[in-house]
Design a protein around this ligand. Structure first.
Ligand code: CTP
Length: 403
């Protein structure tokens, strides 16, 4: 899967002959799983039609601050478009637009979007060789790089003028490969291994029955996907769930019982950099598993249960470089209980879920958490979808470890 999958991309098109190649660029970005909104400078519409780009991007194409129809006049909100974007790509980027970007000129919608965007900005210059070499163009490159904008180098070859030299816009597939590589290089969890436990455990009573709990595994799976999206190699040790993983960077190990989870975690713990324990592990397991199905001969059945091994505490006791994160699901004295668990199990961070909070709990798609760090920093969050909660947890881990 491409790192561009799910990314929201604003493609800014300026008036260069290479604009005709943006039809292919849009198609390729969509094929990679990105969402694309196109913003054109007015003159670029002479090189490629907005209708073609709207059809390919499956979104309206914007080129002026307003949209005039017979009886309405709508405002194209450049701030909204700029803030929507995960990345802005200006391709082709003419000498004129680059100079305006470098100097804060804002005389069209694309430039207003550029000035409003908070995301990474990539640009693919396209111009004749002498324009490419001109000191003012070089000045623009220097300034844009100072602002953190990323240049996708122009290629050498035949130019529209018939001259041969540097200045051709990079080919669409090269633009995409450049951006993918750049994103991968900058992923904060690149080369890190993250071990995650998820879901419930089932403790067998006899061949057909077990003691389980209501954990769906959604929080752990969301953490695994987000960690993989941030570049990590993920080992997901999962109890029984109906969920499946999407990202190929995730190695999934399926287990059933607390003992199997314990063994899978210990096999993999020494190689991980970060371990996050979101599984709802059974605290007790039947002392004996009946070999045959238990018949209902008596009115009362007593099961003798013994404590399972506390997996998190067991790795807390042996951890070296690993950043260790636990979960605490509490119904009373939440903060105090969570802080005690953090200390007792030798954690670096604990994620507190309170069952008293609406929007938190088993099987839900949302969660409400409070993070507590080893040095007693308490960070509350609002109710959010579990994917965003996963991101909040991972960002906090990154801030505490690698920032
Ligand atoms: N955990 C674990 N192995 C267990 C029990 C819990 O790895 N046998 C982990 C959970 O994945 C979670 C954390 O420990 O990250 C807290 O689990 P919890 O059940 O809330 O805490 P306990 O220590 O079991 O305390 P109590 O049940 O008394 O609240």
């Amino acid at each position: 899967m491409s790192v561009l999958s799910g990314k929201k991309i604003v493609l800014g098109i300026t008036a260069g002959i290479a604009a005709y190649k943006t039809t292919y660029l849009v198609r390729q970005l969509i094929k990679k799983g990105a969402q694309v909104r196109v913003v054109m400078t007015p003159s670029s519409q002479e090189f490629v039609t907005p209708l073609t780009l709207a059809t390919l991007s499956k979104n309206p194409v914007y080129s002026s601050f307003t949209n005039q129809t017979e009886d309405t006049l709508d405002w194209n909100n450049h701030v909204e478009i700029g803030l929507w974007a995960d990345l802005l790509l200006v391709a082709p980027a003419t000498a004129n637009t680059l100079s305006k970007m470098a100097n804060g000129v804002c005389d069209n919608l694309l430039l207003a979007v550029y000035l409003s965007a908070k995301c990474p900005v990539y640009y693919a210059p396209a111009m004749d060789l002498d324009m490419y070499q001109h000191p003012t163009t070089k000045n623009s490159f220097v300034k844009l790089s100072e602002y953190g904008n990323i240049q996708i180098p122009a290629a050498y070859g035949e130019l529209a003028s018939g001259l041969i030299g540097e200045g051709r816009m990079a080919e669409p597939e090269d633009i995409i490969a450049f951006i993918e590589k750049d994103i991968l290089k900058k992923l904060p969890l690149k080369n890190k291994t993250v071990l995650i436990t998820a879901g419930p455990t089932f403790e067998a009573i006899d061949p057909v029955r077990f003691i389980g709990n209501h954990s769906s595994g959604k929080m752990g799976f969301a953490l695994a996907e987000q960690a993989a999206n941030l570049g990590a190699n993920v080992i997901l040790v999962s109890g029984p769930t109906h969920l499946s993983v999407v990202n190929k960077q995730i190695k999934r190990i399926d287990v059933v019982s607390a003992q199997q989870m314990y063994e899978a975690v210990h096999t993999n713990f020494s190689t991980c950099d970060i371990a996050i324990f979101s599984a709802a592990v059974a605290d007790f397991t039947p002392k004996k598993v009946a070999v045959q199905k238990i018949k209902k001969k008596e009115d009362v059945l007593s099961l003798e249960l013994v404590k399972t091994k506390d997996i998190l505490a067991s790795v807390g006791a042996i951890k070296e470089k690993q950043f260790l994160v636990g979960f605490a699901l509490e119904t009373q004295n939440e903060l105090e209980n969570a802080k005690n668990k953090l200390k007792k199990k030798n954690l670096d961070l604990i994620v507190l879920n309170s069952l008293n909070d609406s929007g938190a709990g088993f099987g839900k798609d949302t969660n409400k958490i409070t993070l507590i760090t080893k040095d007693n920093k308490i960070i509350p969050f609002s109710v959010k979808p579990k994917t965003q909660v996963a991101n909040d947890i991972l960002q906090q881990i990154i801030d505490l470890t690698y920032a």
